[in-house]
Design a protein around this ligand. Structure first.
Ligand code: NAP
Length: 532
């Protein structure tokens, strides 16, 4: 490699950045990672709100590449909580001695490609500038958190916080008047937890979500060895499913079976741990609106059974989308929380928030006095984290401008006009709709092999061709048309960001297809890329 300050710069030391750092170091490259936070773990560093936990089975979220790490680490729950998850990423960072190449508390603000030098120059908030041949973004799809656009947020005299910037100090809710705005996967986890101790909890709900039971459980010490022995089988199963989870769609159509048979499958899946009710259901429940209406009706019945007050149950039943058309929040006693005297639900569609006041939240009908206000209002997903960095390609073009009409990428890994820049879990990447570490490993290994290939052949530059980029983008859109996941207003399409154009952000063709395509590109000597 040429004589540069370092060979590769990785932006952010989260789940993908840590593994990429390790692999590039193994390849013999000099690598530096810049991390905005004070520690490793990305999502699991920032999202330390009460109740935060995996919705993937813990042992399928683990890195699979190191037998030693797999055998040494014990997961204590089937769906482990944030404190343990953060400890896990610290354990991995220590075990692989990764910290020495990570600069913490260092937010990357800009990156520009210098064509004459074939290098990227990266600017850090502190004013520091660093150069490297390769730039690898490992910035995550759910990292650019968004506060709602409501007047008066700063005027609130109590304590307030977005869930993705939760403080390290514990917040005691005992006896307090707490408000939560937002009922996505995060809001659901916070609400069911805070409801246990709050003096009174008021939930401010815009649109309801279809939630399903997580069925978490402890993993007994006596189970650890048997579980560890199953790692090869578990990972191989994840590789064989569309989404990288353990759950595989039932190949039958819902219309091939009797009413009794389909009800029996629904009941079974609803009673089992994890995403099975969504991802192991009849295959057409996420592709055919008539099939989707049947599973949607089943979940609505469950909500009515579990929530005592029929009026409250009605507010908790979504009206704007079917089950599984948005990412399904997994819950533990979420619906039962609304049967408690200390929990009340405000329907913002009927009584919108007018403003935040020094005392609390003012809706069109009354003011709610609060001590603590929690914003579980989500993220400017997938492309939001890119927009927060001024990234400029070989002609000085900004990535934000290039993607103004929606992202265009090749394999969700590279962008034409931005040579030597790789995106882990970038827009339109197969890892965007996946049990994230399973697909992250594929991304990281693909990028590592590519840089190894370049080293071997003494190539200095790699860039996706515009033709390959257009063809991949078209392919991504074709799959999106077939899926109900692209039809609801959620972070899947950017429709959750006020004023943003609705677009296709994810690849819904399945991680199995995606892997195959990536492997084919390599087999054809990096077809679709210009190397030089
Ligand atoms: P989200 O799904 O986008 O939910 C945001 C919530 O805030 C929605 O209920 C939204 O209402 C509400 N909201 C936004 N702006 C509002 C406003 N101005 N006034 C009132 N309400 C407003 O975000 P999230 O819950 O953080 O989840 C995002 C993703 O993170 C999940 O889908 C999942 O992939 C991931 N996640 C995973 C886990 C896990 O278990 N591993 C846990 C949490 C999150 P509308 O829907 O009506 O817009």
């Amino acid at each position: 490699m040429a004589n540069t300050a370092c060979d590769a710069i990785i932006i952010v030391a989260g789940v993908s950045g840590l593994y990429q750092l390790y692999r590039l170091r193994e390849l013999g490259l000099k690598v530096r990672a810049f991390e905005a936070g004070g520690g490793v773990g990305g999502t699991w560093y920032w999202n330390r709100y009460p109740g935060a936990r995996f919705d993937s089975e813990s042992y399928t979220y683990a890195y699979s590449f190191s037998e030693e790490i797999l055998q040494e680490w014990n997961w204590s729950e089937h769906f482990s909580g944030q404190p343990e998850n953060e400890r896990y990423f610290n354990f991995v960072a220590d075990k692989l001695d990764l910290r020495k190449d990570i600069q913490f508390d260092s937010t990357v603000t800009a990156a520009r490609f210098l064509p004459a030098e074939n290098q990227w120059e990266v600017a850090i908030e502190s004013g520091e500038k660093v150069r490297a041949r390769f730039l690898i973004t490992a910035i995550g799809i759910l990292s650019a958190y968004q506060m709602p656009r409501i007047e008066g947020i700063e005027s609130f005299q109590g304590q307030y916080c977005h869930t993705a910037r939760w403080p390290k100090e514990l917040i005691d809710f005992t006896g307090k008047r707490v408000g939560v705005i937002g009922t996505g996967a995060t809001g659901v986890q916070v609400i069911q937890e805070v409801a246990k101790t709050a003096g009174h909890l008021t939930v401010f709900q815009l649109d309801a979500n279809w939630c399903a039971p997580l069925h978490n459980a402890k993993i007994a010490d006596t189970e650890q060895d048997a579980l560890k022995a199953r790692y090869p089988e578990l990972f191989s199963r994840c590789r064989s499913t569309m989404s990288g989870f353990l759950h595989q769609f039932d190949r039958r159509s819902i219309f091939e079976v009797s009413v009794e048979e389909r009800e029996a499958l629904f009941e079974k899946l609803y009673g089992e741990p994890g995403f099975g009710i969504w991802l192991a259901n009849f295959r057409d429940t996420v592709t055919d609106e008539r099939a989707n209406a049947i599973i949607t009706d089943f979940i609505a019945r469950k909500i009515r059974e579990r929530v005592k007050d029929p009026k409250v149950a009605d507010i908790l039943i979504p009206k704007d989308h079917g089950f599984g058309m948005k990412r399904v929040p997994m819950e533990t006693g979420y619906y039962e929380a609304y049967n408690q005297d200390n929990v009340s639900l405000v329907d913002l569609r009927a009584t919108p928030i007018e403003r935040i006041t020094p005392r609390g939240v003012k809706t069109s009908v009354r003011e709610y006095d609060l001590d603590i206000l929690i914003y579980a209002t989500g993220f400017d997903a997938v492309t939001g984290a890119f927009r927060r960095i001024d990234i400029r390609g070989k002609d000085g073009q900004s990535l934000t401008d290039k993607w103004a009409g929606g992202p265009e990428t090749y394999l969700g890994m590279q962008v034409a006009g931005f040579p030597n820049m790789f995106m882990l879990v970038g827009p339109h990447n197969g890892a965007t709709l996946c049990n994230i570490p399973r697909c992250i490993e594929q991304n990281v290994e693909w990028v590592t092999d590519c840089l190894g290939y370049m080293k071997e052949h003494n190539f200095q530059r790699i860039e996706a061709t515009r033709e390959a980029e257009l063809a991949w983008t078209e392919h991504v859109y074709e799959y999106a048309q077939k899926s109900l996941l692209s039809k609801a207003d959620s972070w899947f399409t950017g429709a959750n960001v006020p004023g943003r154009k609705r677009t296709v952000l994810l690849y819904v063709g399945g991680q199995d297809n995606y892997r195959k395509k990536c492997d084919e590109v390599v087999a054809r000597n990096y077809e679709g890329f210009a190397l030089g």
